[in-house]
Every structure is written in C-alpha cells, then in structure tokens.
Design a protein around this ligand. Structure first.
Ligand SMILES: Nc1ncnc2c1ncn2[C@@H]1O[C@H](COP(=O)(O)OP(=O)(O)O)[C@@H](O)[C@H]1O
Ligand SMILES: [Mg+2]
Length: 411
C-alpha cells in the first residue's frame, strides 16, 4: 500500500511513524512533512507540496499510485480535500466537506447538537453585532464567546466581565480580528468542570474510540500563561472511568455519527470530541474532524504493534471498520512539547538541534523542524515533542522529561 500523509506537524510525524509499522505499507509520503519525516523512518519520505495545493496533491497521488490519503490538519478537510480524491477514486481517510462543517462552523455544530439532543452548553448564534450585544446585556449566566469559523485555536474568548464580553464581541464581529471566521459568533453558557478529549474512528456506522486524553494548552507549568497549540497531553485520563465513557458513547458519540449519516453527510475519519465533565454529566465543547496535536503523539503509541494502522484507516475510509481489530495496550501515554523560546509570542527559528536515538517505549516527534544539509534546524513555535508509554502515568511523564532534559533544544 502506498500512502500520502498531508501536513507538517508533530501529528503527521506520529501518523507516518505508526503507518510505517504496517506490514502492508510499502511507501509513505508526507506533504510537505518536516525534519522528522525527512529521514530515519522506514519507507517514509517527504514531498514538497503545500497542504492547500489540492491539484498538485491529486497529481502526485495519481502518478505514483497512492492507495490511501491521510490529511492531518483541519483546513484542507474543511476546504474539501476529500472530494478531490473521491473524484479520482483514491480513498481518503477524512470527512467530506459537508461533514467537516462540524469543525469548520461552530454555529453549524451547535445547531446539529440541538437537533439531536446531544448535551452541550446553552447557546445562541449571531451574525449581527447589535443583536448579539442585546443578548449579552440580558443573559443571566456567564458566557464564552466563539468565532464560528476556523481560527487556529485562537477564536474563543472567556470574558471575566460583561465589559470584556462586549469588547470581545466587537473585536470578532465588527473589527474582524479573525477575518471571515468571525462572520458568525456563538455565545454560549460557561461550563465548569474538567475537560477531556475522545478520538473516535468511524466509517459512518461503526465507532471505535481511543482512550480519553487530556491536553494542556497553556505555555507554562501549572496551567499558567497564554494558550498555545497544545504543550502536552496524557491518556487515559482518570477523570473518566469506563461508566462515563459508556455514557459518552450512548448520549453523545453514537447520536453524532448516526445524526450525521441520517442528514446525508456520513462521518468517515477520526472524530475528536472535546468534552466538559459538568455536574450534570459530560457535555460537548466542540467537535474536531481530524486527529489532535499533540493527542496523536500520545495515543498512537498506545495502539498495539500488531494492530495494522494502515488497514484501520483504509477500513474507515472504505466502510468496513467493523471488520478490523484495534487493540489498545494497557498503561499510559504522555507527551511533552518543547517549544522555541518566546512561543506563543515571537520566537527564534533556525537553531540547530541535536538528538540522540531514544530508548524503547519513547519517541521524539518533530513539529517545527527541517532537514538541511544533513542537519536538523528549528523552524516553528512547537519544535519537538517527547512521547512515552509506561505502566503508570507518572512513569510515562518521567520518561518524556528525561528525553528533554538529556537533550536540550539548543546549546
Ligand atoms: N462553554 C464553555 N465553558 C467553559 N469553557 C469553555 C467553553 N467552551 C470552550 N471553553 C474553553 O475554551 C477552549 C477552546 O474552546 P473550543 O470550543 O475547544 O474551541 P477551539 O479549540 O476551536 O479554540 C476549550 O478547550 C475550553 O477550555
Ligand atoms: Mg478545542
């Protein structure tokens, strides 16, 4: 099987690494990839095509006999990459443009949840500033304000006062801080509780979930400082025992997959459901229609080595996921991201990175790196991630810290 992975982050490095363990995978191309996918993994190489250049990706895939396409990031999915490959008959592990609206429009996904009685925060959608303002002035509960469209994880504001809420509303709708992503705004009830993420493979009928993960968005230890793309992750979380996972399946995940299919846009791919564990049970914060970053780096090493990951993705794309076994190892996974100094603000690039080979049960996944003249250089905010598995959560975290301590990013 020849596979084309689309993207250049740590998530895509982890996908290529896991796919390379498949006995069927004869070649894995990553477009455009990073320093970690450029060399060092069996059968994996980079090709220099941008994630948004669908005609070039399709051209490469048809010319090289690609059997499966795996888009990593949300933007190409929301822009309809799946349809480009469907047209030429190449299976794509990812939702159609219609199904990708579940991530591409928060207003759309909230209305979907309302139609299907899926537990989520109270909300209203607005496209007109004056109407949103009038609602904010009379609403009784604390609110969260969300730009409806894709905003690279920056479009959600949790205001501390009504004044802040009004200011955020104006910035999003009137001043267009997030461009067209702010044409519509969701104002929702602020929910209290612990957060977790569930990643679920689906072919539109069958659902198979990975262990629940918890990610850490803020830059500093102890949940301090500004939000980032995600600084770390661990799984399974202890905040969701099996009974709660079962409840999430019954009241949220199954109705979501069934509802999408019945409305004519079946979900094929991996559905990432962000949840808040509230006093009145789990509620959906949002859907993503692709693997998370860094959740992927944490979760894929927990999938057993004898699970054929390429076959899992192909089965989800082609509608026979109920014919496939996905085995999860016992134990825990943890990921810690090393970022460039200054990130998520302005940061330096182009620093040389030296990494020793890592021990069993640990991985270094590259994100913002590139290979030049045989050397690895930093090229992004999140540079590398250390991932490890162990019998205990503490053990897994300890392994990741050892990797990062032994090998400082730049000297
Ligand atoms: N209704 C809510 N109540 C409390 N916190 C929320 C709520 N909605 C979102 N958040 C917080 O904001 C973060 C980002 O919101 P989310 O809907 O996941 O958007 P995105 O990931 O696209 O930025 C969540 O991970 C959560 O911490
Ligand atoms: Mg989110």
């Amino acid at each position: 099987m020849k596979i084309l992975v689309v993207g250049s982050g740590g998530r895509e490095h982890a996908l290529a690494w896991k796919l390379s363990q498949s006995p069927k995978a004869e070649a894995i191309y990553v477009a455009p990839g990073n320093g970690g996918t450029a060399r060092g993994i069996k059968n994996v190489s980079n090709i220099d095509i941008d994630v948004g250049n669908f005609p070039a990706l399709v051209g490469f895939a048809t010319k090289n006999g690609i059997d499966l396409v795996v888009p990593g990031p949300e933007a190409p999915l929301v822009d309809g990459i799946e349809g480009y490959f469907r047209k030429v008959g190449i299976p794509c592990f990812g939702p159609s443009k219609e199904a990708a609206r579940m991530e591409g429009s928060k207003a759309f996904s909230k209305d979907f949840m309302r139609r299907h009685n899926i537990p989520t925060a109270e909300y209203r959608n607005f496209a007109v500033y004056e109407e949103a303002k009038a609602y904010l002035e009379k609403v009784g509960h604390s609110v969260v304000i969300k730009a409806s469209g894709l905003a690279a994880g920056k479009g959600v504001v949790i205001p501390a006062s009504k004044r802040e809420a009004l200011a955020a509303l104006k910035e999003i709708i009137v001043d267009k801080e997030f461009g067209a992503a702010g044409d519509e705004v969701v104002i929702e009830e602020f929910l209290e509780g612990d957060e977790l993420s569930v990643l679920t493979f689906s072919d539109g009928y069958t659902l198979v979930s990975l262990p629940p993960a918890q990610d850490h968005k803020r830059i500093f230890d102890g949940d301090q400082g500004p939000n980032t793309g995600g600084m770390g992750c661990y799984a399974p979380t202890r905040i969701a025992p099996q009974s709660v996972i079962d409840q999430i399946h019954k009241t949220i995940l199954q109705p979501t997959i069934d509802g999408m299919r019945r409305e004519g846009y079946p979900f094929r791919g991996v559905l990432f459901t962000g949840l808040m564990m509230t006093k009145s049970g789990p509620k959906v914060l949002e859907y993503n229609v692709r693997f998370g970053d860094p959740e992927t780096q944490t979760l894929l090493p927990l999938i057993s080595e004898d699970t054929d990951f390429a076959e899992v993705l192909l089965a989800a794309a082609n509608g026979y996921l109920d014919g496939i076994k996905i085995k999860i190892n016992p134990g825990f996974g943890a990921t810690v991201v090393a970022s460039a100094g200054g990130y998520p603000g302005p940061y330096a690039k182009g620093k040389e990175i030296r990494l020793d080979p890592v021990k069993k049960d640990t991985n270094v996944f590259h994100a913002g790196t590139l290979l030049k003249d045989g050397k690895i250089y930093s090229s992004g905010g999140r540079v590398i991630a250390a991932s490890a598995t162990a019998d205990t959560l503490e053990g897994a975290i300890c392994f990741t810290e050892m990797i990062l301590l032994i090998e400082p990013l730049s000297r």
